[in-house]
Each structure stands twice: as structure tokens, then as C-alpha cells.
Design a protein around this ligand. Sequence first.
Ligand code: GKR
Ligand code: MG
Length: 424
Amino acid sequence: MPRDVTLTRVRVTPIAFRDGPLLNAAGIHEPWALRAIVELETSDGRVGISETYGDEPMLRVLAEAQGLVLGLSPFDLNTMEERVRAAIHPVAGAVEFELAPGSHSAKNAAKVASTFEVAMLDLQGQMLGAPIVDLLGGRVRDTVPYSAYLFFKHAEHIERPYAPDAWGEGLSPEQVVAQARRMISLYGFRSIKLKGGVFEPAHEIACMRALHAAFPGVPLRLDPNANWSLATSIAAAEQLDDVLEYYEDPCPGLAGMAELARHTKLPLATNMVITTLDDFRKGADTGAVKVLLSDHHYWGGLRVTQTLARMCRLWDLGLSMHSNSHLGISLMAMTHVAAAVPNLTYACDTHYPWQEEEVIAGGRVPFEDGAVRVPTTPGLGVTLDRERLAELHEQYRRCGVRNRDDLSQMRKYDPGFTGRQPRF
Ligand code: GKR
Ligand code: MG
């Protein structure tokens, strides 16, 4: 009987993989991005897998949480969640990476529950011979669309031992258009997002207009990550009105976004001002946000994402997905849940094209016409390549990066960089 099977072991492997010199409001990506690969072993010898944040505070929380699932059945998701919520708490005085609300320690319980949930659903699927999407109510689509996620970038990292990536420099409007062309020709994406909040708004608007001219009819988004003041965001909205499908987190705070909403007809999207169900309760009625960018890694898992989707439907909000640097296990978890959400109204974000390395057997997940095919095989539909896992863990051991720090990295290029936000 499946319920006689219990979880007997938790294995957490931190990994580091190469990342490009991508610019954002906080600074610039370091040469290495971190993740943690979590494996849950069962009494009948199965292994369920999951991928999450790999920074030091997250590794500490995962170590603290390991014992909470031992002895549970992979079907005991509710008990797992209750235990995690009772035992895992925010850390007072924690230093948090502001750009990525997923890194905040207030999300610790949600992040751990999400990590365990994905691995437990993988096990459930293996035991029942069903893909995770079936455990979430079944697919409403066979492929999940993703967007071309563009970044301003340097050609090379400032530290020289790292070979340049294949993308070259991406600073001018022409280079940004070339980056989009390359990404679309490689993967077939049908919408485009530019990570902004890096240069003077006039330059970023010029880039958006260049993309609009180069890709007529392709939906475009700009995300300054709250690095524009309210006044700047209002002024820029007028110049972006005919160009954007949505305007993502231009200015800080729910109140700022609500005020901006009174000055523009552009739908505002966020992964910064509504990041918990509690924020949703407070924020949905303000009219500040019309599109929610969910992220199962810090919202609490795939089933919470489905709850959020129902709430978006009830409040008449659009829904899509946010991303950080990640590998294929996360991409597959995103794909399963996105396939089970009827009201996925926009193509999801993914950093995946920026990552060259993988830990899953068979190598990188393919995109077909900008979309990932939803697996029909049991569980997540992907398994670990243990040799690659060991290599990426070795990179983690050697790379020296233990926390994401885009600000300090940027100071290597520009010692005067303050990281003050909003900067424009
Ligand atoms: O990876 O530089 C980045 C992004 O800026 C990321 O940290 C954000 O969390 O992509 C994210 C976003 O949409 O805000
Ligand atoms: Mg964003």
C-alpha cells in the first residue's frame, strides 16, 4: 500500500553553476549562481527531488527542517506543512537581498514547505504512475509558454578566469534587440521581458521602443524592479503606453503602485509588492496591481500557487510566473503547476536560457516554440544526473560564493555604486 511507504532520509546538496554578468537594480550577477538540490528517500527505495535557493541562510533552514518529514508518507502534505509552519520562523535581524523577496527569512516556512512539497509530489507521482500535473487536477494545456527574459549585460565578468558567454554585450538598444533575436531564434519565445532599473529611464524606454519596432505585435514587458520613483514611473508610463502588455514593478510599495495605477491605463504587474497570501488580502482591493507574478518557491508550493490562481480569478487579476536563476528541476515544477492553472494569462518568466549547466539526466530541458512540453511520465518527469550533481557541488565548494550579493559585485566595476533605491 502506498501509505505504508515513509520518508527515511533527506539529502540537501548545494550547487553552484556559471551565471552571466547580468545587470539589475541591485547591481550585477556574480559569476556563480547558487541553488540547493533536495532529495527525499523512501522506505521502498525511491527518491523524490526538488530544487530551491542555495544561499547559506536557506541551507541552515533546510538543515533545521530535515527531521520534520522523516516518518511521514509522501502523501502527508498537510502534516508536513503544519509541522514546517510550527517549527520554522523568520530570523530576527537577517540581512535580506531586497530585489528578490523570495530570499527573505519571513518566507522561510513557505520556502521549506514548497521544497518538500515538490519532492513529495514527485514521489506520489512515481508511486501512482502519474505526472505531477495529474495530482494537481490534470492538465489544461500540453505546453507551457515562457517569455524571452532579456538583461542588460557586459560581455564578460570583471574577474577574468571566467570565459565569456555566448551572448556578448547587451547595453545599447541595438544590442538588446540582437539579444532578443538570438533568444527567440534559439527557443522560439513569443513574448519579451526586459529587466530594467539599470540605466536612465530614457535609455530603457528607447530599448523598449527598439524592441517594439523590431518585433511588431510581440507582447513586451519592462521590469525596473522598483528602481524608479513614482514621478519617474508616471512620466515613463506615457511613453510606454503603446508598447507594453504590462508594466512590472516600476516603483516601490503597494501605495506607490496604487497611485501609479491612477495615472496610467497600463496594467501593473508585481512580484515585489504582493508576495504572500496576506499581502494579497491587503493588496488586491487597492487596484494597485492587475497581474500577479507567482513563484512556487516562496509562495509555499504548487498547491498554494493553485490557490493563488483561484484568488486571481475571483479578483479578476491576471497571473503569470516570476523567476530567479534556476535549473531544470525548478523549470519542470513550474511547468507542471502552470499546466494545471486554467487562468495562466501570460507567458511565464524564466532565467533558464541564461544557464548553460544542468543537473538533470539527459541535459537541458528543450523549448518548442517558446514553450515547455508538460511531461506525461510519472512524478516531475526528470531525474538527477548524479555525476553532474557531484560536479556542480564541487563548483559550490570551490567558488567561494555563499550568498547572492549583486551590490558588492557591482562595486568591483564601480566602487562608487551605492545601490540606493529608487535610483531614478
Ligand atoms: O535575477 O537579476 C535577477 C532578477 O532581477 C531577479 O532577482 C528578480 O527577482 O527576475 C526577478 C524579477 O522579476 O523581479
Ligand atoms: Mg519582477
